[in-house]
Design a protein around this ligand. Structure first.
Ligand SMILES: Nc1ncnc2c1ncn2[C@@H]1O[C@H](COP(=O)(O)OP(=O)(O)OP(=O)(O)O)[C@@H](O)[C@H]1O
Ligand SMILES: N[C@@H](CCO)C(=O)O
Length: 301
């Protein structure tokens, strides 16, 4: 049994507008995660990069918790361990940092214990920890994933779009926890809003499958979560509009926010600058990342 493993895990953008808790995409921004089992009973966690000042380095760390969950699942003894992480995925911004941490812990522990669990089993465990599948599924499989929870398991269809797609992410300089962004959502929605999202989600999936990205303008519209979350992200309508005016196919809140994401196939830097400027005009400092679709998901490096 090897006692050390290094995993690379992608960030993810969930929802893409209408696909609330169902659609997610793996993005080309990565965390590195090293797990070492050793004979002593000590736990050592070292964090570098994003979250260096805030991520817990004790038993409360969610990546460590995921390692424990996997070891218990396969009835493996709990050894002492050292976790070293280098994070590039911004924290609490809507790019799946918590999903990346959970998937990193599960995949690393599975690798170190003989890969006894399949990706499907890892997905089911990750979904139960995260509470929804739309970030953990693309973090595991890569690509665009359509995810359905059914009878305690997560069914995942992975799509690799036939034409290149760029994702321009405007990253504002404030954090918003997923928990807080879910608390503003209503428990019930009008039937016409549900119908609105069903049609857009179907169109979105079709656009990804065919590469007919001109449909993304309509397909990224949403009535289930964005109208309620808009109050939490100053300038959100203006930034989304700025992306569209600069030539993006469509734009949306990334995950639970506060990042805003635009899809395009050219002029990404210009679109990003227009989004950053629109945030600035609303009193928010932001930076921009231009990403594409990661097709591998979490993997050993
Ligand atoms: N590498 C990490 N190791 C341990 N914990 C982490 C790590 N990255 C993030 N976390 C935990 O996850 C929390 C952020 O999760 P949250 O769901 O609020 O946001 P997110 O996953 O970045 O965004 P979203 O779910 O909208 O994509 C952090 O406050 C931290 O506690
Ligand atoms: N679907 C989730 C993604 C963020 O984790 C949400 O919007 O709350």
């Amino acid at each position: 049994m090897n006692n050390s493993v290094m995993i690379q895990i992608p960030g993810t953008t969930a929802n893409c507008g209408p696909g609330f808790d169902a659609i997610g995409i793996a993005c080309t921004v990565y965390n590195d995660f090293e797990l070492t089992f050793h004979d002593s009973s000590r736990l050592v966690i070292e964090v570098d990069g994003e979250g260096k000042e805030t991520i817990p380095t004790d038993e409360k760390n969610i990546a460590y918790q995921a390692v424990l969950d996997l070891l218990r699942k396969i009835n493996h003894q709990i050894p002492g361990m050292t976790i070293k992480m280098f994070n590039r995925i911004p924290l609490s911004r809507g790019l799946g940092s918590s999903a990346a941490a959970i998937v990193a812990g599960l995949v690393a522990a599975n690798e170190l214990t003989g890969q006894s669990l399949s990706k499907q089993q890892l997905l089911d465990i990750a979904t139960s920890i995260e509470g929804h599948p739309d970030n953990v599924a693309p973090a595991i499989y890569g690509g665009v994933t359509i995810n359905v929870c059914r009878d305690g398991a997560t069914e995942c269809l992975r799509i690799i779009p036939p034409k290149p797609l760029l994702m321009v992410v405007a990253v504002p300089d404030f954090i918003l926890s997923t928990k807080a962004a879910r608390q503003v959502l209503p428990k019930q929605v009008p039937l016409q809003d549900a119908v609105f999202n069903v049609s857009r989600s179907a169109l979105l999936t079709g656009a990804f499958c065919t590469g007919e990205y001109r449909h993304l303008s309509a397909a990224m519209d949403d009535r289930l979560h964005q109208p309620y979350r808009q109050q939490l992200v100053p300038g959100m309508p203006e930034v989304l509009r700025a992306a569209f005016d600069a030539g993006a196919f469509g734009s949306a809140l990334s995950g639970a926010g506060p990042c805003l994401i635009a899809f395009c196939d050219q002029n990404a830097d210009h679109i990003g600058q227009c989004m950053v400027d629109a945030f600035q005009a609303n009193g928010i400092t932001a930076s921009c990342m231009v990403l594409s679709i990661d097709t591998d998901g979490a993997k050993r490096i």
